[in-house]
Design a protein around this ligand. Structure first.
Ligand code: SF4
Length: 360
């Protein structure tokens, strides 16, 4: 039985100035919801995604007018741009020419050999990779015929079929996704893919649902995959503002210690000992640390009874008390702070710690 290729041992592939694969990190992606040819709206959405921490963005390209908008979009954004093509090789060529940093297209769906070669040659000339997107819901007919229904083995077979087409043309800048909306199927498919080849994997649970349900479903599926050491980039697919996808992705990566540039909040669940309005404070502090680009752990606790000790792993925190709270670092009390200024003092200390981290 072959071993899973850990994310650190996958083949590094450059997408613009971002490297996917070959390291113990997972790059956060999202996808715009605007009509791509509406440059102003698309750029505005991409800027919001960038600000939220999105590292690579994908746009849909169903028509020529969308492909023709790529150069102008590229001029106005700062993160690599992936262009999603379905079958039309002409759109792929336009997107590559227009400055796409990666295209998502399945070579087996392009059609005639000359068309595939034209796309591959264009990508080679510009040094841009191709993402093969295997989707349980749209497996090739011969694979469904063989397996009867979408299976993990069928999905891997589909991926290998598309990979072979590219490898035969001596093209190796490949990234593969194995999306399914069934969590168990997705987990099995990614596991089998990580044993079958060492190209980096783009993770996703497709059509996972609305903000709340989709977050739980994505975290359940992707969490299981990430914990096995699989995955080099990911998108959380939500029926919601794509900025939410980025927020969920960041939070998920923090849970696995895979976010080196984001602060984490530790907040107690509250109980009958609570002495302050903890939920409001926790939300305020969470909002405040969302822009901190350092791996700080910040705790907000409802009382000082078990307070600092309950959050020993926190770099900094407050434990509330009526009138006077405690400011602590690594489980040790630093000083008492008046209740009214407790949160402001915490914010100041967070800024100092973040500065120290940036200077390192
Ligand atoms: Fe209860 Fe205090 Fe623990 Fe919060 S920190 S759960 S309020 S004992």
């Amino acid at each position: 039985m072959s071993q899973i290729t850990h994310r650190t041992n996958t083949r590094p592939v450059k997408v613009g100035d971002v490297t996917i694969g070959g390291a113990d990190q997972i790059i956060i992606q999202s996808m715009t919801t605007t009509k791509t040819h509406d440059v102003e709206a698309t750029v505005k959405e991409i800027h919001r995604l960038e600000e939220a921490g999105c590292q690579i963005v994908r746009v849909a390209c169903p028509k020529e007018e969308d492909a023709l908008a790529i150069p102008e979009i590229k001029k106005q954004i700062n993160i690599p741009l992936v262009v999603d093509i379905h079958f039309d090789y002409k759109l792929a060529l336009l997107a590559v020419e227009g400055g796409a940093d990666k295209i998502r297209i399945n070579p087996g769906n392009i059609g005639k050999r000359e068309k595939v070669e034209a796309v591959v040659e264009a990508c080679k000339a510009k040094g841009i990779p191709i993402r093969i997107g295997v989707n349980a819901g749209s497996l090739e007919r011969h694979i469904i015929k063989k397996y009867g229904y979408p299976t993990a083995d069928g999905m891997v077979e589909s991926a290998l079929h598309h990979i072979k087409i590219l490898e035969e043309l001596d093209f190796h800048d490949i990234i593969v996704s194995m999306k399914a909306s069934d969590v168990n199927l997705a987990i099995e498919a990614y596991e089998k893919a990580a044993k079958a080849f060492d190209y980096p994997l783009h993770l996703g649970i497709t059509e996972s649902g609305t903000l709340f349900a989709g977050t739980v479903k994505s975290a359940a599926g992707l969490g299981a995959i990430i914990s096995k050491g699989i995955g080099n980039t990911m998108r959380i697919s939500l029926s919601a503002d794509p900025v939410e996808e980025v927020k969920v992705a960041k939070e998920l990566l923090k849970s696995y210690g895979l976010a080196s540039n984001a602060a984490t909040l530790i907040a107690c669940p509250t109980c009958g000992r609570i002495e302050i309005d903890l939920i409001a404070i926790a939300n305020e502090v969470e909002e405040y640390i969302s822009t901190i680009k350092a791996p700080l752990k910040v705790a907000v606790l409802g009382c000082a009874v078990n307070g600092p000790g309950e959050a020993r792993e926190a770099d900094i925190g407050i434990a509330g008390a009526r009138g006077e709270g405690l400011l602590f670092m690594h489980g040790k009390t630093v000083r008492k702070v008046p209740e009214e200024t407790m949160v402001d003092e915490l914010k100041k200390e967070i800024d100092i710690l973040a500065e120290q981290h940036y200077e390192k």
